[in-house]
Design a protein around this ligand. Structure first.
Ligand code: HEM
Ligand code: NAG
Ligand code: NAG
Ligand code: NAG
Ligand code: NAG
Length: 323
């Protein structure tokens, strides 16, 4: 968007600036410094208290920002309730969690600075806090996103990567958002936190691609332990396996495991099936500090996908409903 205000009479320009701090169409680190000085503290407290009840919540909050950004941009559309909303898309139904945590943070923000902070920005900040509080990197979050008016379950079904997608499809989903191959590897490192349900990787355990055998890309003892968590019967589908053995600590173990053929999802291990992605994996498995640094950079990039600023979108009062 362009700044067209230079043609306005000066008094009009003044009232535009006074009433609408959104004349800039770009995100800004200091966006809420005056309008909501306690923003970071409030979000951090909300994430921290949710994690002290449920350590997995850090993972779940990180994933929410990803699933928001990959569907028509980081516009909080994931949070909208409704039968046809994104919450009911394949990747989210009975899977995405943490919505009540966002509601609590939003309620506290509405007390401290009413109608000021967008739900999309809360998701971006909560993801950063989740990573930071689990021992990962800290990065500054550009702010000023506005909330979208609609969600799209169809777009969510098409655009969120599936664990059954081959690497080329996953990469295409990232590049269509302006991200690169490197970001695929870096952001997949988010799987250093949290859990997956058996149905998302069980196809690898018993009869891989109709071969009658497990996925040959699975380490034998890791395979054994996964078969114990996910026996070959339908009632194990929702059992949980951690992505790595330090699933509530943000570290680079995820990459070390990929090098050892012990990635959980087929899409995780696929990063070792391509020379370029495999060399990034190997690099991050050796240099955790560089993974941390790159993760922050890629998160800021992801957080900039399709953001709404200026007159597009709104500041929702309740993250579940448009105003
Ligand atoms: C590269 C493509 C990706 C695929 C195919 C993928 C797929 C999945 C799947 C299947 C699950 C398990 C869901 C369940 O069992 O209910 C999951 C969980 C998770 N994903 Fe991803 N993901 C991808 C990228 C990302 C990215 C970019 C991030 C964040 C930067 C991320 C963060 C997470 C986290 C933290 C969890 C655990 C959530 C929890 O325990 O509640 N994922 N992902
Ligand atoms: C920020 O929080 C502190 C206490 O943590 C409080 O004293 C102060 O009034 C708050 N400021 C605003 C502007 O809400
Ligand atoms: C604590 O976490 C559990 C899930 O682990 C959840 O059912 C419960 O609602 C949470 N309690 C609070 C107060 O957030
Ligand atoms: C594996 O799957 C294929 C194709 O779905 C099937 O023909 C075969 O019988 C299965 N093998 C075993 C051992 O279940
Ligand atoms: C990928 O690596 C393998 C073995 O390390 C090598 O044989 C192959 O030529 C490489 N492929 C490309 C496209 O560089």
């Amino acid at each position: 968007m362009k700044h067209n205000n230079y043609k306005l009479p000066i008094v009009h320009l003044f009232s535009v600036l006074l009433l609408n701090p959104l004349v800039s169409c770009q995100l800004d680190y200091k966006f809420y410094d005056d309008s909501c000085p306690n923003l970071t503290k409030i979000v951090r407290y909300g994430v921290w208290s949710a994690m002290s009840n449920d350590t997995r919540m850090a993972a779940s909050l990180l994933r929410l920002h990803f699933h928001d950004c990959f569907v028509n941009g980081c516009d909080g559309s994931l949070l909208l309730d409704g039968e046809n909303g994104e919450k009911n898309a394949l990747a989210n139904r009975n899977s995405a969690r943490g919505f009540e945590v966002i509601d609590n943070i939003k309620a506290n923000l509405e007390k401290a600075c009413p109608a000021t902070v967008s739900c999309a920005d809360i998701l971006a900040l909560a993801a950063r806090e989740a990573v930071y509080l689990t021992g990962g990197p800290f990065w500054n979050v550009p702010l000023g996103r506005r909330d979208g008016l609609t969600g799209s379950q169809t777009a969510a079904n098409q655009q969120i990567p599936s664990p059954f997608d081959p690497l080329e499809i996953i990469t295409a989903k990232f590049t269509s958002k302006g991200l690169e191959l490197k970001d695929v590897v870096v952001l997949s490192g988010g799987h250093t936190l949290g859990f997956a349900q058996c149905f998302t990787f069980k196809t690898r355990l018993f009869n891989f691609s109709g071969s009658g055998k497990p996925d040959p890309a699975l380490d034998a003892s890791f395979l054994q332990s996964l078969q114990n968590v996910c026996p070959n019967q339908a009632d194990s589908d929702t059992n949980l396996a951690p992505f790595d053995s330090t699933s509530s600590k943000f570290d680079n173990l995820y990459y070390k495991l990929l090098v050892d053929n012990s990635g959980l999802l087929q899409s995780d291990q696929a990063l070792m099936g391509d020379n370029k992605t495999a060399s990034f994996v190997s690099y991050y498995s050796k240099f955790p500090y560089l993974f941390f640094k790159d993760f922050g950079v890629s998160m800021v990039k992801m957080g900039g996908i399709g953001v709404l600023t200026g007159q597009n979108g709104e500041i929702r009062k309740n993250c579940r409903l448009k105003n």
